[in-house]
Every structure is written in C-alpha cells, then in structure tokens.
Design a protein around this ligand. Sequence first.
Ligand code: PGA
Length: 249
Amino acid sequence: MRRPIIAGNWKMNNTIAETKALLTELKPLVKDAEAEVVVCVPYTDIATAGEIIKGSNIKLGAENVHWAEKGAFTGEISAKMLKELDVEYVIIGHSERRQYFGESDETVNMRVKAALAAGLKPIICVGESLDEREGNKTESVVRTQTAGALKDIDKSELDNIVIAYEPIWAIGTGRTATSEQANETIKVIRDVVAELYCRDCAENKVRIQYGGSMNPKNVKELMAMPEIDGGLIGGASLKAVDFSNVVNF
Ligand code: PGA
C-alpha cells in the first residue's frame, strides 16, 4: 500500500512572522491526518518552520537544492545545509524553475542524485504545457522528464522518491486537470518507472502526486483515483484551514 502524501509548496510566500502564524494554526488541524503531511518552505523560513513543527506529524521540506556539495555557486543551497536544518523532503524540477530558471532534465537529475546521496527525499516534478497537451505530446513529455530525472538512480532509492505530476496549465490557474486526465497521466509515469525498474517497484515504492489547483473542493475526487497517491499544493497551502481540509480529505 502506498501511503498518501500531501505536501504544501509555499513558493516565494511567507515571512518568518507569517510562517510562525500559519504553522501554529496548522499543527492542531492536521494532527490526526492519515496522510503524510509535508510543508516545503522558502529557505529563509526553514529554521523557524522546523522549530514550530518539532514533535508534530508535519514534515519539513525545501523547494530546491543544488547538486554540488559546496563551492562557488552564488545564491545556491546544498543538500548538507538542508540536512543540518532537519529537512526531509525537497522539491526538484518544479515547472516554475524549468520555465524561469533554466532547469533541464539533466540538472534535475543532478539535483536528485545530490539529494538522495545526502539522505533527502526528492519530490520530482514533471508535467506538460498547454501547447504540449493540445499537440498530443503529454505522454512523450512526461516519459522524457521522468526517465531523465531517474537516470542512473539505483532501484534501492525508489522508496525515498516521490514524483509530482503537475500539468503546467493547471498550476495556479484554478483550472484543474480532471481526475481522469490526472489518473491517466500518472499511470503513464508509473509505467515508465516499471519499465526502468520493475512493476513491483512502480506499484509499491514510488508515490506519485497530482499538483495543479488542488483544493478542499476537488481533493476527494482526485484522491479517489487509483493512481493518485497525494498532492503537491500551492495556493491552497497558504491558508491553514484550506491546507488542513486538503490534508484531511
Ligand atoms: P497550485 O500550485 O496548487 O497553486 O496550482 C501547485 C504547484 O505549483 O506545486
């Protein structure tokens, strides 16, 4: 059985003061959740978030990580720096990073390797643009992105890997993929994992989330689909009540 995992992606939101308020409100609201609960927060909020959620069932995540151990990479953060702050999960290859910051399948793969080597669990994002969906390229895009991210990753690491299927046209737009569309594309991703590793690995190890305007209203229907193991939540993770209603679907 794959345990559901609901992760918030705060993106570039929340000061330290806002982080304190949001997580203090969130903690009691999600304490009985059956799903694994994660908040991926900006670097500057990690230490504060860690203090507030200590001893709770909320796990800490970051929004990116660099592939090198250290060195001349101005503005970047290493896996070791994140581990020191008890970060457990890290988002890698979000479409906003691919779109605005030149992230490629190759750099995603390098970041995934560095994260795993340091004991961080990557949440690898894949997903097609609207043009690609309308041009019937969804399957080939997610196949390429998934295989690229997992290149030379050992089978023994699969338990620690989460993949998030995020159609770009559904992110922050209020336009959600239908549960059938999300399920169908996640099935393609699972098949890629099966082809690269084994069917059992795909069915029992890797968890695959849906992301893109997931909210308290549509979470139940999406989570009822057999292939969808959780959600990566942007907008709806910024309000404690909304996020808890997604977590407690
Ligand atoms: P959204 O963002 O829920 O605001 O659409 C999801 C994401 O980008 O991870």
